[in-house]
Design a protein around this ligand. Structure first.
Ligand SMILES: NC(=O)c1ccc[n+]([C@@H]2O[C@H](COP(=O)([O-])OP(=O)(O)OC[C@H]3O[C@@H](n4cnc5c(N)ncnc54)[C@H](O)[C@@H]3O)[C@@H](O)[C@H]2O)c1
Length: 240
């Protein structure tokens, strides 16, 4: 990835932080984006990886413009920022539904569209989005999250041929299973333990597992891989 520039959203911790470490290891120049409240962690990581920190909420109406200002030519865009606001559907307040759909799906759609149209994403570029096995299989108590991640899988498949034909950019997604991060640390103990064990490896995955697949999509040699949603889940029972 030497000579290539990558922007990672939600980079301050968890999977985003691991993606930053792996892409930096492979030679990319990085712009690391996360919410302003995570600025201290973001700047510490940026200093460690000789990267640029961009404190910005990806749902801001001017997010794409701010990204284009910070990086006029982008080779790889990793949409990793994501949140959960779990509730069973009958008890789901409208704002929990809307917030998850906004962060996980709408922001990906609007920033991708704007950055392709403005030509910020270079020819030969890569977009890597983050789905989830919950979006492929559904998951009790996560209808909002699963809908947003199913949307990412659909967006990836629908946009890929058009983005390649019109902009020379590939669009792919990772669909992680249970990965050990702060997001899954918040899951109640019994469900968390089941999530860890319900796969062929009998353990939770690590952020680096997802990061290595993201780096493979980002690689210049992966140009023939387009419109794919790759599960990184240790062969999880969910959706098997
Ligand atoms: N951990 C898992 O098991 C798992 C499984 C499947 C999919 N995923 C997905 O992987 C991605 C990363 O998850 P994680 O486990 O590292 O979560 P995490 O909560 O540890 O990290 C998410 C990061 O995204 C940032 N973020 C949230 N909202 C944002 C916004 N509006 N603008 C900018 N940044 C924002 C957060 O500040 C945080 O740094 C998410 O899209 C998540 O849905 C995670």
């Amino acid at each position: 990835l030497a000579g290539r520039t990558a922007l990672i959203t939600g980079a301050a911790r968890g999977i985003g932080e691991a993606v930053a470490e792996v892409l930096a290891r492979d030679g990319a120049r990085l712009i690391l984006l996360d919410v302003p409240s995570a600025q201290a962690d973001l700047e510490a990581l940026a200093a460690r990886l000789d990267a640029t920190a961009l404190p910005l909420d990806i749902t801001s109406p001017d997010a794409a413009e701010r990204i284009a200002d910070a990086v006029p030519a982008l080779d790889t865009l990793v949409h990793n920022a994501g949140i959960t606001r779990d509730r069973t559907l009958a008890k789901m307040p409208a704002d929990r539904w809307a917030t998850v759909l906004d962060v996980n799906l709408a922001s990906v759609l609007t920033t991708t569209d704007a950055l392709l149209k403005s030509g910020t994403l270079s020819h030969g570029g890569r977009i890597v989005a983050t789905a989830s096995i919950a979006g492929l299989a559904g998951n009790a108590g996560q209808t909002n999250y699963a809908a947003s991640k199913a949307g990412i899988a659909g967006l990836t498949r629908a946009l890929a041929p058009k983005a390649l034909a019109e902009h020379g950019v590939t669009v792919n997604a990772v669909a992680p299973g249970f990965i050990e991060t702060k997001m899954t640390a918040a899951v109640p103990l019994f469900i968390r333990e089941a999530g860890r064990r319900m796969n062929s490896l009998g353990q939770g995955g690590l952020p680096v597992d997802v990061a290595e697949t993201t780096a493979w999509f980002a690689h210049p040699a992966s140009g023939a891989v387009n419109g794919q949603v790759v599960r990184v889940c240790g062969q999880s029972l969910l959706g098997a």
